[in-house]
Write a protein that binds this ligand. Structure first.
Ligand code: SAM
Length: 205
């Protein structure tokens, strides 16, 4: 990792992800989380204030050391134990059937091999366990998709490999999850190419 991706980018991501529009989406996606939870792409811990009291502990998976440092204050303000437990969502250091639920917010865009990460979540979730997700991805409208394809190379270079055109719901179902709840929408106050969001809960068989 270079200086930009190691030290600068996690700070940019922290500021971008603190946008006002994100908070209600974090609140929604965290609803219903319970028991032992794994969060991939933990970032700077912006979901921590939204973990429901039914969550017993969280295993946080995050490669960026700076993100973890920026999470310090939020971690100090919760009573839910959160451990940095892994560095890579593509290869999770947990036994099969370890978790009741998983959380991913605006992370599936960035993980290089997202199919591998979803496969790992399937493996570590208990049967019937749920994946809660809110992700930006391929827009429902052709005109927006056109711009997403044009802008994706720049987006990937500037934002640590962030893709604009990943078909989130297809990726989740392709990994064998069954969608239980889903809302697809454009985020308020975001350009459409960046704010085509899918928020939902999917269940591992
Ligand atoms: C756009 S940020 C979102 C951060 C956080 N989930 C949030 O909602 O604020 C994407 C995150 O994915 C992390 N990430 C990148 N590659 C990853 C990988 N292979 N495994 C797990 N997380 C990864 C990045 O370091 C970054 O923190």
């Amino acid at each position: 990792m270079g200086l930009y991706s190691e030290r600068v980018l996690p700070r940019i991501v922290d500021v971008a992800c603190r946008m006002k529009a994100a908070a209600p989406q974090r609140q929604r996606v965290c609803q219903g989380l319970a028991g032992d939870v794994v969060e991939i792409g933990f970032g700077s811990g912006l979901n921590v204030p939204f973990y429901p009291p039914a969550v017993t502990q969280v295993a946080a998976v995050e490669p960026a050391d700076v993100g973890w440092k920026l999470a310090h204050r939020r971690l100090g303000a919760t009573t839910i134990p959160v451990q940095r437990s892994g560095l890579d969502g593509q290869s999770l250091p947990f036994p099969d059937d370890s978790f009741d639920a998983a959380l991913s917010t605006w992370t599936m865009c960035t993980i290089p091999d997202v199919d591998a990460a979803l496969g790992e979540l399937r493996r570590v979730l208990k049967p019937g366990g749920t994946l809660h997700f809110v992700e930006h991805g391929l827009a429902p409208d052709e005109r927006v998709r056109h711009w997403q394809h044009r802008l994706e190379p720049v987006q990937k270079r500037l934002f640590g490999g962030c893709h604009l055109t990943r078909p989130i719901v297809e990726l989740v179902t392709g990994a064998g999850f069954a969608i239980k709840e889903l809302d697809v929408y454009y985020e308020e106050d975001s350009p459409k190419f960046l704010g085509a969001n899918s928020l939902g809960v999917a269940q591992s068989p």
